[in-house]
Design a protein around this ligand. Structure first.
Ligand SMILES: [Zn+2]
Length: 367
């Protein structure tokens, strides 16, 4: 893997990850771009303790551009995009409209008392282009290309974790217009947060309670339990295991863990890295085969999904386990699960598909 770091016209960083050492990566960004001055702040909700990022400068960002104006395609035929090169393998760049940024202007209105605590939205938001081919999906990548994406996620986790003020690095992919994706080009994002995210904080609390109760690690016990009773098991590799969680919140939800507990992507060994692409691509392809109309053999439409890497925060994550949570908001052909009153209002999920039936379905659609 070769890594080349360059700058875009407005000073943002662009990083190429290439399989081929010979690919030319010196093309300059010729666009007349003014730097964007991000202004965001992190406010603490005094009632729940959750952090909320307020980033009002993002309202002007690109929204569903036509395919011939895709900012993630390479720059070709006189059309200039975010990637100056005429081709690329995997490219990562700083988001032009980041929710979090280093050197973000301090909030205009600062906290006015102990119940109104605010801090600058320090951090970084990056875009990860999985391939130069606009019409592919992650599931269409070769294993070698998927491995390059894993290497890029790993590199970014290491670099972003070392930035001042960063507490947690979150790599994810939103796929499908139903999820709210505004660019069709296959890509994901990385958020480097200045706080531990609420879901991770809750997991750390549960793991600490489990340790106090049993003397053991929650995630190690969980993986052993799922392997012992395979009702929810989906894939079992030599180094990774995928299962539907016992209390799945989403109609189809699958969690992929390395069998050896590690805190984050940087701790994976070479055998774990080299097995990951095969299992993850198989999982994504199964998700695309979940929804078929009766009598048809091809999926009705690509399955919208969210793929979320859970990594331990830089402080206090000793009991946590690296894993990927993959889920779709589609319940059945033509029907989406919307987060309505009970979910959005109360964080109380109602799932219409039993986790055991979901696991059965995910085994049926194996390649
Ligand atoms: Zn594109």
């Amino acid at each position: 893997m070769r890594k080349t770091t360059t700058k875009l016209a407005d000073g943002r960083e662009l990083i190429y990850f290439d399989a081929d050492d010979a690919a030319p990566r010196g093309a300059p960004d010729l666009r007349p771009l003014d730097p964007v001055a991000p202004r965001s702040e992190v406010r603490r909700d005094p009632v729940t303790g959750d952090h909320v990022t307020i980033a009002a400068h993002r309202q002007a960002r690109t929204y569903h551009p036509p395919a011939d104006e895709c900012p993630l395609c390479p720059s070709r035929d006189g059309r200039l995009s975010e990637i100056p090169a005429a081709d690329y393998d995997v490219a990562v760049f700083e988001n032009r409209f980041p929710a979090l940024a280093l050197g973000t202007a301090a909030a205009a209105v600062v906290g006015t008392g102990p119940l109104h605590l605010s801090s600058p939205g320090t951090g970084r938001c990056e875009v990860v282009c999985f391939t130069a081919d606009h019409d592919l999906s992650f599931a269409d990548l070769t294993e070698a290309k998927a491995r390059l994406v894993l290497d890029a996620w790993t590199d970014r986790t290491a670099e972003l974790s070392a930035l001042p003020g960063v507490r947690q690095v979150f790599c994810f992919e939103n796929r499908g217009a139903e999820i709210g994706v505004t660019l069709a080009h296959p890509h994901g994002q990385i958020y480097a947060f200045p706080f531990t995210t609420p879901r991770t904080a809750r997991m750390a609390e549960q793991a600490a309670a489990h340790r106090a109760r049993t003397g053991r690690n929650l995630f190690e016990d969980l993986l052993a339990a799922e392997l012992a009773d395979p009702a929810r098991l989906v894939l079992a590799g030599e180094h990774w295991t995928a299962f539907v969680p016992y209390a799945a919140r989403w109609p189809y939800e699958c969690h992929l863990y390395p069998n050896r507990r590690v805190a984050d992507l940087t701790r994976l060994t070479e055998p774990e890295r080299s097995e990951f692409p095969k299992l993850y691509l198989e999982l994504l392809r199964r998700f695309d085969r979940l929804f078929m109309r009766a009598g048809h053999t091809a999926p009705v439409a690509p399955t919208p999904y969210i793929a979320a890497w859970h990594q331990a925060p830089t402080l206090g994550g000793d009991e946590l386990a690296l894993h990927l949570e993959l889920f779709t908001i589609r319940r059945t052909v033509g029907k989406l699960k919307f987060l309505a009153g009970v979910e959005s209002g109360m964080d109380a999920f109602v799932n219409d598909v039993s986790p055991e039936a979901a696991a059965q379905r995910l085994r049926e659609v194996a390649s």
